[in-house]
Design a protein around this ligand. Sequence first.
Ligand code: BDR
Ligand code: CA
Length: 314
Amino acid sequence: MPATTPIPPSIILDCDPGHDDAIAIVVAAQHTNLLGITTVAGNAPLTLTTRNALIMTDLLGIDTPVHSGAERPLVAPPRHAGYVHGASGLDGADLPEPSRPVDSNHAIDFIIDTCRNTEGVWLVPIGPLTNIALALRAAPDLAGRIAGISLMGGGTFGNRTAAAEFNLWADPEAAAMVFDYGGPLMMSGLDVTHQFQATPDRVDKVRALPGRLAELLADLLVFFSHTYTTRHDDMGGAAVHDPIAVMALTHPELFTVVRRHVVIEVWGEHTRGMTLIDQRSLIERRPPNCDMLTHVDADAAFDVIVRAIAAFSR
Ligand code: BDR
Ligand code: CA
């Protein structure tokens, strides 16, 4: 029997680059049918996350359309993560200026039109969920049209607060809408992404690749890891969160997944933005709405990243 090549999933990557978003763009460019990149305010203001996405497409030499979206969360005040990613969102490397302008400032329309015109699109949000919530609210038919949503966010512990992970904390109302949308949902939260660290030996594998892309990504990972190792007392490198939401689709064999019912806390004084994960064994617990990733084969997953970078290295 001839080996069959799995069909790459068609995805829209909704991101706020961001060091780990930049790595996710590389993996998505190599392993998916990347229909478009949409940007959202998150790690940095929208102008910067959009700029960073455009720079990444230049470095990869791809002409994937980039559309910018929401400038701020639905309700929460805009808050960024310069303490992790630097003021630019991608501090730590001498990046070039983007060579082209953004394709449009209408990411929501792009998401809606693409999901209506293409069968079986996966939405892969790896920043605050503002764009995805706005698209689902403007076009409720999307919930039944898309293949699903694979997102990075949440977990049984937080990072921005004790309870809440940054992406969901940044726009809890949007997150609540997405977790309640009713279709297939995959959640790559901190439980799995903190197992996936850019340790020095792994960063060395990137730096050993030829060419400018690898050198710049290695510089970015060094900066990103520095913020993690200096802000945590138990980490050997940055948690490379965002590519996990892509690899959950392209390399499912690398992950352990459990089915859970998950809702977003929007009211709690100390818990706003938290994923409340129903871990009970009681038979009257609510039916699962989510595939939650719990474990990753970190060495194998990092090798996927290294090979993806190598494929664009020249
Ligand atoms: C998430 O927040 C951002 O800083 C990262 O890009 C990632 O998407 C991790 O909490
Ligand atoms: Ca991100």
